[in-house]
Design a protein around this ligand. Sequence first.
Ligand code: FS2
Ligand code: SF4
Length: 516
Amino acid sequence: MFCFQCQQTAHNTGCEGKAGVCGKKSDTANFQDELTGALIGLARAVKSAKPTKAADELVLKGLFTTITNVNFNNETINTLLAQVNAEKEKIAADAENYDVQQIWDADEDIRSLKSLILFGMRGMAAYAYHAFALGFTSQKVTTFFYDGLYAVGEDYGMDELLPLVLKTGEANYKCMELLDKANTESYGTPVPTEVPLTIEKGPFIVVSGHDLHDLKLLLEQTKDKGINIYTHSEMLPAHGYPELKKYPHLKGNFGTAWQSQQSEFHNIPAPILFTTNCLMPVRQSYADRVFTTSVVSYPELVHIGEDKDFTPVIEKALECGGYEEDHPMTGINGGTTVTTGFAHGTVLSVAGKVIDLVKQGKIKHFFLIGGCDGAAPGRSYYTEFAKKTPIDTVILTLACGKYRLNDLKLGEIEGIPRIMDMGQCNDAYSAIKVALALADAFGCGVNELPLSLILSWYEQKAVAILLSLLYLGIKNIYLGPTLPAFISPNVLQVLVEKYNITPISTPEEDLKKILG
Ligand code: FS2
Ligand code: SF4
């Protein structure tokens, strides 16, 4: 096996040997490579013939399946591989699959650029899949998947690959826009919502991952059954959506970010449903209570299929019974509630006030502190950074990295909260919309705004978002906790020269640099 697609890759160079740091075994990694090679074969088939609806869906599923912490199951990966091969045969039998090892063995700059495109597309596929589940598709996005996959299988040089990296960012921007439309048209514009962290007594189900459609179906199926539903990790922003928050049994949020799940789920008296990443290797003390659905899969766990009949999860909740008394939990800074729901619709509705506060000097700077969380010790940087921001600054946050700071009570500036949670990682779209609107109001470019992006990355959706920010020309991003292992020195030089991407240092130093 060789895999270096995520931030925790071994020695920040690559996972090799018997298993990766995430727990993915070498045979699983190899099957994932084979699946990727088959998807490239499918893209080659589509060069000479029209794609089918089934092929479009398989591309999304196939790419999504290979994201970090999604699928650890050789059986489901091989089923998908067979489906991709069968579909390719139907479209153009002579199209050949690709050996992905060729990318890993390529010259380091070519490997770097192809990785940026491939990993970016994996992240983007997750977003496209969530939109697809709600009945939303975009021809432009679908076409890009085929073009991008085709390109990574070709013998292209730097000159051909570099523009494709930015095109991946452009396609992902469209994809996040599509998902924003899918989520808000299906569930309404998110509104600020305070979410309790205490688990009430009685049966409950914890829902993790990003798929709002799965949550909605579960809320329907658990109506009036005496079972409460708690979000986990990236599902927290669901509380802000009117069509989801209307269910009285959607009670609160369980636990913190994904990397704490093994201790937080230890002996939990309830089932946990994973709709997407980040699933960690499952410990014995709760293994009988973890359920997967969609492309998430783990050997021997019960999987909820496409019929989305959650009966096994519901029965498990009733069997476990939940806590006997209310069970108080806190965020990592001791807070007992968190607030979410500040997507672009809400933030832009008070744009006039925000602009006035900036003009009066009452808001001096905005920080977007967001992205993925993870186990790396250097990630406490983000908590410290948030704590050290001056009282006349506002923090926008999103994705699971927010658990480092979302329970801090930093107060308000004339009614505008100093921390605003914009949602899931894909809601980076909201942050971009707000930044563009502010730039418009001040008659300047985004790079001239008193706004700094302090980003944390872990998996491939973060890669896709970073590429979208670069496509939009956004400069001076602070990135941590480490730089991606798949960025070669030459590619890094381009990113630094063109976009001034800066690795994080210490909160004190970076704040001094930013605020002068
Ligand atoms: Fe966090 Fe994991 Fe959202 Fe990532 S829960 S690192 O999937 O996509 O952010
Ligand atoms: Fe290693 Fe990350 Fe790949 Fe897992 S996903 S094998 S931790 S690089």
